[in-house]
Each structure stands twice: as structure tokens, then as C-alpha cells.
Design a protein around this ligand. Structure first.
Ligand code: GLU
Length: 327
């Protein structure tokens, strides 16, 4: 009996302190991304890959979650359901200052870490729909983004630019981008908006079917740039999608940046570890997706509007990068 109790006691001790000595408890972190055919999902994977390589050193295990997109990610990070999130720079700005979906509820505990790839407002339409400019959306079946996505706001701004009313002038669909490519090829919609980095799986899928499609150029965006500080003029290279029927090599539109965020109470050492692994190994990171080709340490600190998380700031100061943080 005595022996039996001893064994129980030893086992109990083992299960209470499974890693004896100096071993630290592993911290599990989750990054909120987007649909699996977007660029956020592989981006979450790329960030996790960089830190998971050093799991033993940092005691961090990073995983990703596919989500509804930017707005969902910000809200889930703020509520504690997610630890980190990827979100559009315009959404970061709106959340921090209490605009649009956050009207009257500024998210003052939102913290910026770094910016990632540029994202373009991408309007893709079937050739037979006759949609060759924003104005042609009138009367058409258009997927403008699911609730929780970043693009829903950008599509609305594009409609505003064209003087179109979401309720009266178009037949709006609120399906996820991950479903939109198939809906386009099945002739259930005429066009869809997706704010996304290029190349991506969604536009590849949309151009791979029987129905001929093109990206609609959005050339005259000056009124938008004047009204909203977070938009920039961008171009989508046709070369990523050889099946597009577009004639031009660079299709004009407007866009934002993908950014990486967390909340103020995230431990500094966890944020520091992620920033260190991504920035120390930026050339390796950049190889993980073609949309990262343009990344530099400088432009990864541009387009952030929430305060920088102190764990990230520590790294930027140590490496003299904080001078790039234009506020
Ligand atoms: N920009 C999109 C959003 O915020 C997601 C794009 C992506 O998943 O790459 O919802």
C-alpha cells in the first residue's frame, strides 16, 4: 500500500510540474488572418513559421486561424479571443480613432506592430457583364464583402466615388471572398470586390474557369485620396494572372496596406520575439510569398496609426529603425 501511494505521489508531482527545473511554460498564440484563398492566411503562416523555428528558445507556439477578415480580427484581438491579427491599415486607423464600424467606440488598446504587403482594391468582373468601369456596376449583382471583412468598407467607398447607392443602384451580395470566385464562374454574380495583396488564390481561381473575366480599372481616385488619409494609388500587375482579358499590364486602382496588430496587454517579450524573428530574417521571410517582394524595414514601419506596442518599439530602437515611424 505504501509503495502504491508513493507511486501516486510521484505521478501527481510529475503531472503538476511536467517540465522540471528551468523549463518555462509554453505560450500558445493565435493569429487571426482571413479566407484561405487570400494573402492574410499564408501571411499568418509565414509569421508563425519564423517564431516557431525558435520555439525552444522563446517557449512560444504560434498557430493561425482563418477568419472573416480585418474587422473581425481587430474585434477578436480586442476581446481577447485572438492574440494577434492582420488587418488593413485603413481599418487600423478607423478602429483606433472610433470611425466607421467603431463609430463612438475608439479602440484605444489597439497596438500596431508592423506593416506588411500592399493591398489593392480589386474589382473583378465577367466580360459578359459589361462592367468596364465603376459606373457600369449599376443594376448588376456585385459581391461587396462579408461583414467583418476589410473590403466591405473599401467597396462602399468605391461606390461613393461612382455616385452609386448600395441599396438602390446595385444588387449587393455579402458573401465571403473565398466563395466569390466560384460564384463568379457559376454566373451567380457579375463582379466582386476584394481588397487583397497580389498574387492570391482567389483571383487565380476566378481567372481559371470557363467564363472570361477582367479586373476593372479604377483610374480617377483623387476624390477618394482627398477624403480619406489612408488610401493610396496602386496598380495590379496583370502578369500574375495570364488569363485576365485586360489589355493593360498595370491596372490602376487604390489601396491600403496589410498590418500586424495586437492589444496593449500582450507581453512585451512575446511581441519582441516575433518582431526580432521577422526583421532579423527579413530576406527569408520575403521568400515566403511573392506579395512580400517590395518589403523593406523602412516601409514595414509606414502606414501604422495605433501606438506601437512597446515590445516592438524595443526592437526598433535597438536597431535605429524608430526614425521611420512617421506619425
Ligand atoms: N483585406 C482583406 C480583409 O481585410 C483580407 C485579404 C486577405 O485575406 O489577404 O478582410
Amino acid at each position: 500500500m505504501k509503495k502504491f501511494l508513493m507511486v501516486i505521489a510521484v505521478l501527481a508531482l510529475f503531472f503538476t510540474f511536467p517540465f522540471s527545473g528551468s523549463a518555462k511554460r509554453v505560450k500558445f498564440i493565435t493569429i487571426g488572418t482571413g479566407g484561405v484563398t487570400g494573402v492574410y492566411y499564408p501571411t499568418g503562416g509565414a509569421i508563425c513559421r519564423m517564431v516557431n523555428k525558435k520555439s525552444k528558445e522563446y517557449h512560444i507556439k504560434c498557430t493561425v486561424e482563418s477568419t472573416a477578415g480585418s474587422v473581425y480580427n481587430i474585434n477578436a484581438v480586442m476581446s481577447g479571443d485572438l492574440d494577434f491579427g492582420i488587418c488593413q491599415s485603413d481599418r487600423q486607423y478607423q478602429a483606433y480613432y472610433g470611425l466607421k464600424e467603431w463609430k463612438g467606440h475608439p479602440q484605444k488598446n489597439l497596438r500596431a506592430i508592423f506593416a506588411i504587403h500592399p493591398e489593392s482594391v480589386t474589382l473583378i468582373a465577367t466580360d459578359k457583364s459589361g462592367i468596364w468601369s465603376l459606373k457600369d456596376l449599376k443594376g448588376k449583382r456585385v459581391a461587396i464583402g462579408n461583414p467583418g471583412s476589410g473590403q466591405l468598407g473599401n467597396s462602399r467607398d468605391a461606390l461613393w466615388l461612382a455616385g452609386l447607392d448600395e441599396k438602390k443602384d446595385i444588387k449587393a451580395f455579402y458573401i465571403k471572398a473565398v466563395e466569390a470566385a466560384e460564384a463568379l464562374q457559376n454566373d451567380r454574380i457579375d463582379a466582386y470586390f476584394y481588397t487583397v495583396g497580389h498574387p492570391n488564390g482567389s483571383i487565380k481561381e476566378a481567372t481559371a474557369g470557363r467564363i472570361k473575366v477582367h479586373i476593372v480599372p479604377i483610374p480617377n481616385v483623387e476624390p477618394l485620396l482627398k477624403k480619406f488619409p489612408y488610401y493610396a494609388k496602386t496598380y495590379i500587375p496583370k502578369k500574375f494572372y495570364p488569363n485576365l482579358t485586360n489589355k493593360e499590364d498595370m491596372i490602376p486602382t487604390f489601396g491600403v496596406k496589410a498590418t500586424f496588430v495586437t492589444r496593449a496587454d500582450m507581453p512585451d517579450d512575446v511581441v519582441y520575439a516575433i518582431v526580432k524573428e521577422v526583421f532579423d530574417n527579413l530576406e527569408t521571410f520575403k521568400k515566403l510569398h511573392p506579395a512580400y517582394a517590395v518589403l523593406t524595414k523602412k516601409n514595414m514601419l509606414e502606414g501604422l496609426s495605433a501606438p506601437i506596442h512597446p515590445g516592438a518599439m524595443k526592437y526598433y530602437k535597438e536597431h535605429g529603425l524608430d526614425k521611420y515611424l512617421k506619425r
